[in-house]
Write a protein that binds this ligand. Structure first.
Ligand SMILES: Nc1ncnc2c1ncn2[C@@H]1O[C@H](COP(=O)(O)OP(=O)(O)OP(=O)(O)O)[C@@H](O)[C@H]1O
Ligand SMILES: [Mg+2]
Length: 407
């Protein structure tokens, strides 16, 4: 076993056992099926293994909440609260707390449910100080892939846009805020329009903000796909990654994208404003914007579209995007993301498992795998802390101190 690791490492010198971006400690309180879970970790990658329903994905979901958004299951904040042992569900809250280490320092980051009267919100703290959720991305980046995403992304164009928006958030912390605000302003505009004598000045202001946001949301998405394209160009030239994972192309098309190609942004903004004005009296008229963008994802070598690829090919395309995005953040933005890879091994053949293990081993940040099958990780080519979740819950009262299992 050790010989295997050594011989692999000799061939691949850029393997990183000690990660420079890593979570050193995780505590979950009343989070889904974890009443009290404390994991003390080290600077290597992590495997959480155990039977179905033990709570593996719940741990990754908790970590995914260390960035803005609804996490890897897109859940509502009340759903995270443990439903079993809570006596008074109205007063209890859930919390996730981590010690995170990066080249920029050590941080304690927490997030949880806050109730004020009937209002519920998710709050975040960095080193005990309240912080907006959007600022979490300045400290750490989390990226993930789950079997559900692979299915969802094929189901609708809005899921594809959501996927791209999440990736874009990592290169611009305010991106998701803009996406949320855009939707909120549209709802606000509809309400104003429903009133018998709608306030025209108010409408002008709201529409002007919508137009401005449309441009910045679309421009940031285009920046992201351009960055990824450049990276894939380099990878293709160096024949890196492409051997096992496809080189991926992403296009985003729509009226605004097309106009931004032809005209200065201010002119496009005016165009959106005039479209919005026209549609005030005609609800049927659809207004071009980030919610109509058409996203195409395809294999650059054979031009096969994600939607018409085989299930296995689709997974490889999505894994390829996540890996390239991780490399982009690391190389260009000095912010390697913590990768959450839920049940991903189960869906790959032997060759691709090995390739994924190698790619992940080369990253500067800790990756978190979940699996029901510990044996699949026997040939993992770098250090990985293997956590038997069943044992931790049953024999150690939810407390874990790292050890390198049987490596
Ligand atoms: N709010 C909640 N309170 C209590 N338990 C919950 C809550 N939400 C989900 N659960 C339970 O948590 C359990 C563990 O779920 P999780 O998805 O993490 O399991 P898993 O180990 O990833 O399983 P699998 O191998 O099947 O993917 C499930 O049985 C689920 O019903
Ligand atoms: Mg799971």
């Amino acid at each position: 076993m050790n010989n295997n690791i050594l011989s692999l490492k000799e061939n691949i010198p850029d393997i990183k056992d000690a990660k420079t971006f890593y979570i050193k400690k995780v505590s979950l309180k009343n989070f889904r099926n974890h009443i009290n879970l404390n994991l003390n970790l080290t600077n290597s990658s992590i495997l959480i293994y155990g039977g179905n329903g033990i709570g593996k994905t719940n741990i990754l979901e908790a970590i995914s909440l260390l960035n803005q958004g609804k996490g890897l299951r897109k859940a509502n904040i009340e759903n995270f609260l443990n439903q079993e042992k809570i006596i008074d569900i109205t007063t209890k809250t859930w919390g996730v707390n981590v010690d995170f280490v990066s080249p920029n320092g050590k941080f304690n980051i927490g997030t949880g449910l806050k109730k004020t009267g009937s209002n519920k919100s998710r709050i975040a703290k960095i080193n005990s100080d309240y912080t907006p959720l959007s600022s979490l991305g300045e400290i750490l980046n989390i990226s993930w892939i789950t079997p559900q995403i692979c299915v969802l992304i094929l189901s609708s164009m809005s899921e594809k846009r959501r996927f791209i928006d999440r990736l874009t958030m990592s290169i611009d912390n305010l991106h998701l805020n803009r996406v949320y605000k855009y939707d909120k302003l549209f709802r606000q505009r509809n309400k104003i329009l429903m009133q018998p004598n709608s306030d025209k000045t108010w409408l002008d202001t709201v529409e002007s903000q919508i137009s401005e946001l449309s441009i910045s949301i679309i421009a940031r998405r285009l920046d992201l796909i351009e960055e990824l394209e450049n990276l894939y160009d380099i990878q293709l030239k160096n024949n890196h990654l492409t051997e096992h994972f496809p080189s991926v192309g992403i296009t985003i098309n729509g009226k605004i994208e097309q106009l931004l190609n032809e005209k200065p942004a201010v002119e496009v903004e005016d165009y959106i404003k005039s479209e919005l004005k026209k549609s005030r009296s005609d609800f049927e008229l659809s207004v071009s914007g980030p919610n109509n963008s058409i996203i195409e994802i395809f294999n650059r070598i054979d031009n096969k579209n994600l939607d018409t690829s085989s299930t296995g090919e689709q997974k490889l395309i999505l894994i390829s995007i996540i890996l390239s995005h991780a490399r982009l953040l690391d190389e260009k933005f000095n912010m390697a993301p913590i990768l959450l890879l839920d049940d991903i091994i189960e869906h790959l053949d032997k060759k691709h498992r090995k390739a994924l293990f190698l790619e992940v081993s080369k990253l500067n940040a800790q990756s978190w795998f979940t699996s029901t099958d510990m044996d699949a990780f026997l040939e993992y080519p770098s250090l990985i802390d293997k956590i038997n979740l069943q044992e931790i819950k049953e024999n150690f009262d939810g407390n874990y101190h790292f050890r390198y299992g049987d490596i």
